[in-house]
Design a protein around this ligand. Structure first.
Ligand SMILES: [Zn+2]
Ligand SMILES: [Zn+2]
Length: 220
């Protein structure tokens, strides 16, 4: 099992460094060394936490958007886990606020994660099966046709990474963003920033989604 380096741990390290700073003059030099050590440990822990937070896809490839007749999507949570249910419901609600010509609904069900058109399954998988060069905590597997329209999508999330509720929301919202057609970008505040970090799409994420769906497809 993986060790959990949460944000709480990092904040405690910082607090300790500040505690040392109130010691008297004889300890000043020692305190400086301790602060330096703490800063080093903090930087290491932060780097480790960032690597752990990567909910990225293995290879960058374009995600498709859903064609006009397929924009009533159903997110089918098959994790059987109440905490993931909460996270995937959060993701559905977050993306429904985009203003894009797209409507998501949510249901919980059993059964295997298999491509099923506009029904997007979410399943838990083991950390081992998600591991790549860095640790992945989620994966969006989308199929698209030659015209760039998504034809199915399956989301895999880590069932044994010991993720906090907020990280579950980060992973679910990030991966669902991919399933809707959003690629990674380099804005720190974006929910599809490659290493995650936020559980809420920002205005630009919503604007990008609206642009993706700002057309009617022929034959719709
Ligand atoms: Zn990603
Ligand atoms: Zn289209």
């Amino acid at each position: 099992m993986h060790e959990d380096h949460g944000v709480g741990d990092l904040l405690r390290l910082r607090t300790r460094a500040r505690d040392v700073a109130v010691l008297g003059a004889p300890q000043a030099k020692l305190a400086a060394v301790v602060r330096l050590l703490n800063a080093f440990v903090f930087a290491l822990a932060l780097a480790f936490a960032l690597v752990r937070m990567v909910p990225a896809v293995a290879g960058e490839r374009p995600f498709g958007h859903w064609s006009s007749p397929e924009r009533g999507l159903v997110v089918v949570d098959r994790t059987g886990d109440a905490r993931w249910h909460q996270a995937t419901r959060h993701a559905v609600a977050a993306w429904n606020r985009s203003g894009a010509d797209l409507h998501l609904s949510w249901e919980a069900s059993a059964g295997p994660c298999e491509p099923d058109g506009s029904r997007i399954s979410v399943c838990t998988v083991t950390a081992e099966s998600l591991d790549g060069v860095v640790q992945f905590q989620g994966l969006a597997d989308q199929e698209a046709d030659d015209a760039g329209h998504a034809t199915s999508a399956v989301l895999e999330v880590c069932g044994d990474c010991g993720l906090s509720d907020v990280l579950r929301r980060v992973v679910a919202t990030h991966e669902l963003g991919h399933a809707l057609g959003l690629p990674h970008n380099d804005r720190l505040g974006s929910v599809v920033y490659p290493i995650g970090g936020t559980d809420q799409p920002d205005d630009e994420d919503y604007a990008e989604l609206r642009r993706l769906y700002d057309h009617t497809d022929p034959g719709a």
